[in-house]
Design a protein around this ligand. Structure first.
Ligand SMILES: Nc1ncnc2c1ncn2[C@@H]1O[C@H](COP(=O)(O)OP(=O)(O)O)[C@@H](O)[C@H]1O
Ligand SMILES: O=C(OP(=O)(O)O)[C@H](O)COP(=O)(O)O
Length: 406
């Protein structure tokens, strides 16, 4: 089934649940530290309200037990500022009060319901049919006409608010979802040479992508940085020192070293790893070549060094397409922002560039970089889309009933 967009929906007066991804960094006192993901959904929400829908916004924030796990009041207040229509907040998600609130919405009004992950079923990966029978979904479906999924950044999760409503309601992609699918689903049509710059800390996802794009021939070169680069150094037999190795072990990525070594055996001519790294010594940035590792003082490798930046820049400068995910170093620390800043700047010069990842986008904002063609709202979802294709939430949209069937 083709995916339906908002162009296919008759919205006037309809009660619509729209799942967005506004999972954002919070300050210590619980305020939004960054509203980029809320801004990204502006056009979808504005279109729904402009076209007379009665809008119930569903979203999560953080993970149960984590320090970013919180109510959605700050998100609702920010949406109220961003949109021209009133946006209220309700600290309930699917009970009678939530149903009454949705039923009482006037055309063009919106309410942000409470964090979906306050309910235990929502934090489970469920088969879509099972997700369709959860309390959250069954509680809200009676007061809804349609479901819209705009939460691309969470579309790799098979959780009730992402895959369950499509079991019951005619369902549509929101504008963020539509744009992401159209760009990331057509990477194979972008010009060559095509270079993947993979860094950051989601090592297994990045190694998956590297394997996939090298085996399929999608990538002409893969450049590794960040923790991913450190794993490839270990895979090549470089002793990067206990601090960096322990970090990889503690994050549960030890098994990725063998996968990276196998990748170097199979496709070593198209994979690069750092030739030098930056550590902190006496409060300053200090660079070490591979022959100086492990560092006698045991410092962790926190960024790529100048020689790596020079080598990678020359590859990026000859690329037509660059696909970039994950910072090259601990860019949050001013000592270690250089690799990220300089490599991203080189990537932005390519004829076509695609960027994914929340921290990656934060680095781009921090360094005031422009010129990228597509800034994905997703991190894990973007990486998954670049390898597996369809995501669970998108697959569920494809299988949703049409207006006539519902
Ligand atoms: N060498 C490194 N050592 C430790 N952490 C690193 C290193 N390089 C990058 N990082 C960290 O990786 C994190 C971002 O990784 P990731 O979550 O994969 O990115 P994204 O959110 O863009 O997908 C940042 O917090 C950054 O500090
Ligand atoms: O921020 C998100 O993903 P990301 O960190 O991969 O960009 C999404 O909101 C998904 O959140 P989750 O990884 O807690 O399911």
């Amino acid at each position: 089934m083709p995916l339906e967009t908002l162009d296919d929906a008759t919205l006037d007066g309809a009660a619509v649940a729209v799942r967005v991804d506004v999972n954002s960094p919070l300050t210590a006192d619980g305020a939004l530290a960054d509203d980029a993901r809320l801004q990204a959904h502006h056009d979808t929400l504005a279109e729904l309200t402009d076209r007379g829908a009665r809008v119930a916004v569903l979203a999560h924030q953080g993970r149960p037990g984590g320090d970013q796990f919180s109510q959605l009041r700050p998100h609702a207040e920010r949406f109220d500022e961003l949109l021209d229509v009133p946006v209220s907040y309700l600290d309930a998600t699917y009970n009678q009060q939530a149903r009454d609130t949705v039923e009482a919405l006037e055309p063009g009004e919106a309410v942000v319901l409470e964090n979906t992950r306050f309910y235990s079923e929502e934090y489970m990966e469920l088969d879509p049919a099972v997700a369709g029978g959860t309390h959250l979904v069954e509680g809200l479906v009676p007061v809804l006409d349609y479901y819209v999924n705009d939460a691309f950044a969470a579309a790799h999760r098979s959780q009730p608010s992402l895959v369950g409503f499509q079991q019951h309601l005619p369902s549509y992609m929101g504008r963020v979802m539509e744009e992401e699918i159209s760009v990331l689903g057509n990477v194979d049509e972008t010009p060559r040479p095509r270079v993947y710059l993979l860094g950051g800390a989601k090592v297994s996802d990045s190694v998956d992508v590297a394997w996939d794009v090298l085996e399929s021939g999608m990538a002409d070169q893969v450049l590794t940085t960040g923790v991913v680069g450190n794993v490839f150094l270990l895979a090549d037999g470089v002793d990067i020192g206990d601090a960096s190795s322990d970090f990889i072990y503690d994050q549960g990525y030890w098994d990725q070293i063998d996968r990276a070594a196998d990748l170097l055996d199979a496709h070593g001519d198209r994979v690069r790893f750092p030739q030098d790294v930056a550590v902190e010594r006496d409060g300053e940035r200090h660079e070490l070549g591979l022959n100086a590792l492990p560092s006698a003082d045991g410092e962790a490798a926190m960024d790529v060094g100048s020689e790596t930046i020079r080598l990678y820049r020359s590859v990026l400068e000859s690329a037509e397409t660059v696909i970039l995910n994950g910072p090259a170093g601990v860019f949050e620390d001013d000592l270690f922002g250089r690799g990220t800043r300089e490599l991203y700047a080189a990537a932005s010069e390519a004829s076509y560039s695609i960027v994914g990842g929340g921290d990656t986008a934060a680095a781009i904002r921090k360094f005031d970089l422009t010129g990228f063609d597509h800034l994905s709202t997703g991190g894990g979802a973007c990486l998954r889309m670049l390898t597996d294709g369809d995501l669970p939430a998108v697959e569920a949209l494809r299988n949703a009933p049409t207006v006539r069937e519902a």
